[in-house]
Design a protein around this ligand. Sequence first.
Ligand code: ZN
Length: 241
Amino acid sequence: MRYAVVSDLHSNLEALEAVLKEVQKEGVDQLLCAGDLVGYGPDPAACLERLRKEGVQSVSGNHDLAAVGQMDLEWFNPYARAAAEWTMNHLPEREKQYLKDLPLIRKEGPVTLAHGSLHEPEQFHYLFDPEEAEPSLKLQETPVAFIGHTHVPRIFIQTEEGISLLDAGSIDLDPRSKYLVNVGSVGQPRDRDPRAAWCLYDEKAQHLEIRRVDYPIAQTQAKMRKARLPEFLIERLAYGY
Ligand code: ZN
């Protein structure tokens, strides 16, 4: 099986379309998503429709729960809160039901999916360092697991010696190791690279890589301005932070 894994699309349709175009070229068997399908961006309903058309298997993120009233907005900064409220008002009931039905953890063959972490997935922990990744790797039963949430791609590798960290890129998998992979963000990257991120995982070839793809950022920004979403959220797309 060849998997394409995306995360943190955040209602950014232009970024999603650019990624799906690359995914189609690769002849992928299954599209997986590590959550935060909506929030921040201007096209929540269109993104959900597009993802379903691709037969995506997804988990839910904190912004997805916020958009359906299942997460206290007190946890959000004012920009995220404004965007969550906007999203709530622009999602048809059918799309809200789809988000409500998403699980927090999902296993698909050799893969586990969660938004922030495999341990206490409802807490939406941010995993930046090997120490923070340890409790998740301990629980991880599949050779590979995918997460998002930080919007910063990285690969945690558990070997007999301990946990090491790779700043994204491309890697051949060792069957004796476990891999916890943050696939970065499609719709709002925060690693100072504004291009949309996604991950290609080839199970048979035991190879995994995080790819980046350009998309028409100005188009998304124009839509966000028209929707009166917070200016800070609009500007950050251009510098990827
Ligand atoms: Zn996110």
